[in-house]
Design a protein around this ligand. Sequence first.
Ligand SMILES: [Zn+2]
Length: 285
Amino acid sequence: MLKQTEITDFFKRQLQIWPEAAARFTALDNVMTRHFDIDGFPVTISHNPARIQSSAAKVDKASIAARRCFLCDANRPPRQQHIDWRDYRILVNPFPILPEHFTIIAKEHRPQSIKGAIADMTQLAMLMPDFAIFYNGPACGASAPDHFHFQAVRKSALPMFSSDKLPFDIIRLSGEKASQHGVDAALDCLPRDGEESEPKVNIFCSSENGTPEITIIPRRRHRPDFYGEDGMLISPASIDLAGVIVAPRRSDFDSITPEIIKDIYSQLCFSRSEINSFQNDNTAH
Ligand SMILES: [Zn+2]
């Protein structure tokens, strides 16, 4: 059975033979950060210019169809190695946000959808107990919505894993409820747009004292209304909601305030009473 040490050893070997990726991990040590307390939740703003491609990514259907999928075997960089695990390949993310940042991709080119993937997610979390495995929905920060993938970073790097004072509400599933059935039941209660295959969500999975725990962050929208070249190029995905907001542009990094951070979270996420009302509406039917 695959062990966490094999994966972290693979990370070191990969960087030894891939200087471009190694340089971006080294650059993380010098990334400028600002720290804010958002009603008790510690938020870090990370000025990471290498992430501009992701934050400014066009993920509409036409743009995705017009580019080569960068996660498919034929198109990945020649120096990028992988560990095979079941129907997945474990890769080092060459555009990291945090130290030891992995991308876990499906071997086959198939769309980003959480349907049928929860057991794989919980087993990965059990194999990598110091890491959080996470999923960006196709309209919630995934820069390859056409090729199924998870990511993984150390739990200790994410404020959400050390603070329960979140400025938005989540759905947490532990023990037996941390299953595909539990997630499907939770997602069934959430609103979705007509053409969407699943509600807008980011999902985390981690091993807590040897038991899988799933955190679903339901979302109302993809990007804040001030997103754009003339506004702010901040495009939140799982890591941003977990307390590390990526600001690839210096002007956005300099001008962000606690009020803007609160506005981002309230535009993107739901409150406790909203999520309660979704769940109550559903049981009433
Ligand atoms: Zn692909």
